[in-house]
Design a protein around this ligand. Structure first.
Ligand code: ATP
Ligand code: MG
Length: 347
């Protein structure tokens, strides 16, 4: 299909560190369609932020190594662009909300100053000459559009004078100030309590409908995305282990790791914002990734082949894929019901 906004093709990314080569992404593939909301889900350290930051090429050039693959934005490979060309893309065409809104907002500047700076910077690039007064007016409008009352007061305040939820709304306002084609939101809600998380996601969905932008939302909490994403990709140990529509992932999941994540939604104490440890064991060491499936050491169904050879990608229908040996037609095991671990051997 040629109408993808974003297409990640076999992306391999490593970091060169004193300890050795961290193989953060081991060849990932996914697409984002126009006006689509895609969720990237996986536990800490699986490569979600590296994926997001690679799209905008935000890493330090001295340590990052894009070993293989392409990041196609409207068909153009972002990895092949010069730094100057990338600067035109960042913020204006693809904008990003970072994991921690307190560190991404400047504590020494008022909210108004930070939003108007973003507006003025982008109007400059487009050759329009927005003046400070117009920028202030636009800033007040933006604050209102993200559901904050009393914009004139808020514009004069500093980040620490606002609640966490309001700061996140401000970040969204700044990210949307230049009408980007794609908004990448890296864990936009983890620092917030559950009610505010839901409000922020509702806001993002409403803005998406109004603006038509595509949204990539990154989270470790599967429950967060159920109501908002059309497509979901599940990452583990630097690879995509399963992807599909929300329906595929929630109603027809194929990968044991996805099963674990789904079970954890029900186990999670919803009143507490605890970090999620869905499945016993720890993720693989990316300095020395295992030779077989990265999930094998933690998988209840692991077979000999799983520890020795990486599974290929199996397709189920148009958009649903799963990288797991259980999906192979020659696999001797059949999982009858993943919810209670019911397994039988095929005849
Ligand atoms: N600048 C870097 N130098 C070396 N290793 C890095 C760097 N950035 C990320 N990594 C490594 O890459 C892997 C993936 O990290 P990433 O930040 O993408 O995880 P994540 O899925 O976003 O986790 P979290 O949910 O905790 O934010 C980790 O093993 C991490 O240690
Ligand atoms: Mg992260």
């Amino acid at each position: 299909m040629g109408d993808h906004m974003l297409e990640i093709k076999d992306l391999r990314v490593s970091f060169h560190t004193y300890a050795g080569e961290v193989q953060a992404l081991g060849g990932i593939n996914f697409t984002v369609g126009q006006s689509e909301i895609l969720a990237v889900v996986g536990e800490s350290g699986c490569g979600k932020s590296v994926t997001a930051q690679s799209i905008l090429r935000l890493h330090n050039k001295d340590t990052i190594d894009y070993k293989q693959g392409e990041i196609l934005y409207k068909g153009r490979d972002l990895l092949a662009l010069s730094e100057k060309e990338m600067q035109k893309i960042r913020g204006r065409e693809i904008s990003m909300i970072f994991q921690d809104p307190m560190t991404s907002l400047n504590p020494t500047l008022t909210i108004g100053k930070q939003i108007t700076e973003a507006i003025l910077k982008h109007s400059d690039k487009e050759g329009n000459s927005t003046n400070q007064r117009e920028a202030n007016k636009q800033a007040a409008g933006l604050i209102r559009s993200v559901g904050i009352a009393n914009p004139d007061l808020r514009l004069k305040q500093y980040p620490h004078e606002l609640s966490g939820g309001m700061r996140q709304r401000i970040m969204i306002a700044i990210a949307m100030s230049c009408s980007p084609e794609i908004l990448i939101a890296d864990e936009p809600t983890t620092a917030l309590d559950v009610t505010v998380q839901a409000q922020i996601l509702d806001l993002m969905k409403a803005l998406q409908i109004k603006s038509g932008a595509s949204i990539v939302i990154i989270t470790h909490n599967m429950g967060v995305v159920a109501n908002i994403a059309q497509k979901v990709i599940i990452m583990y140990g630097g690879v995509v282990v399963e992807k599909g529509t929300s329906g595929d992932i929630f109603y027809r999941p194929k990968h044991p790791y996805t099963w674990g994540l789904l079970k954890s939604i029900f186990r999670l104490n919803k009143d507490k914002n605890e970090p999620l440890i869905p499945i016993d064991g720890i993720p693989p060491d990316l300095l020395a990734p295992p030779k077989g499936c990265p999930f094998a050491p933690r998988c209840d169904y692991a077979m000999k082949v799983c520890r020795e050879q990486m599974p290929r990608e199996y397709s189920f229908g148009s958009a649903h894929t799963c990288d797991c040996w259980l999906s192979d037609e020659n696999c001797p095991l059949e999982v009858k019901d993943w919810r209670n671990g019911d397994v039988k051997y095929k005849q």
